[in-house]
Design a protein. Structure first.
Length: 128
């Protein structure tokens, strides 16, 4: 018998950042994300969530605790867009470090980009 679950979606994924204020500025001012939550649950702690407008899931900008837990990672997070080539050009024009626009037979156009902390994200054209 297959176990059941009440899990119905993904709410938030977390990425480590060296400077939460700088990361917040990048995600909101450069990428155009919404600031969904910015609270200080305890002294010295801050929980920030940002998301593309209208997205169901958000990204938490988690403060990297130390050099033992660096900010830089391949998040595996893929964002969807209607036109990957246009988004590639727009991000590049805004100073974002973008990789090559990849076009493979049978796959949608896609590319990678890094946030200022070196966290890697992907953008994939949604062909639905």
């Amino acid at each position: 018998m297959r176990p059941s679950t009440a899990i119905s979606g993904i709410r938030t994924v977390s990425v480590r950042v060296a400077d939460q204020d700088a990361a917040l500025a990048f995600y909101v001012d450069t990428l155009g994300f919404e600031r969904r939550l910015d609270v200080r649950p305890d002294p010295g702690q801050r929980w920030i969530e940002v998301a593309p407008p209208g997205a169901a899931a958000s990204i938490a900008l988690e403060a990297a605790a130390s050099s033992a837990a660096p900010a830089r990672s391949d998040t595996g997070i893929r964002f969807s867009v209607s036109d990957a080539a246009a988004e590639h050009e727009a991000l590049r024009a805004n100073g974002v470090r973008v990789g090559d626009l990849l076009r493979w037979d049978g796959a949608p156009p896609m590319f990678a980009f890094d946030d200022p902390d070196g966290n890697r994200f992907y953008v994939v054209e949604d062909r639905r």
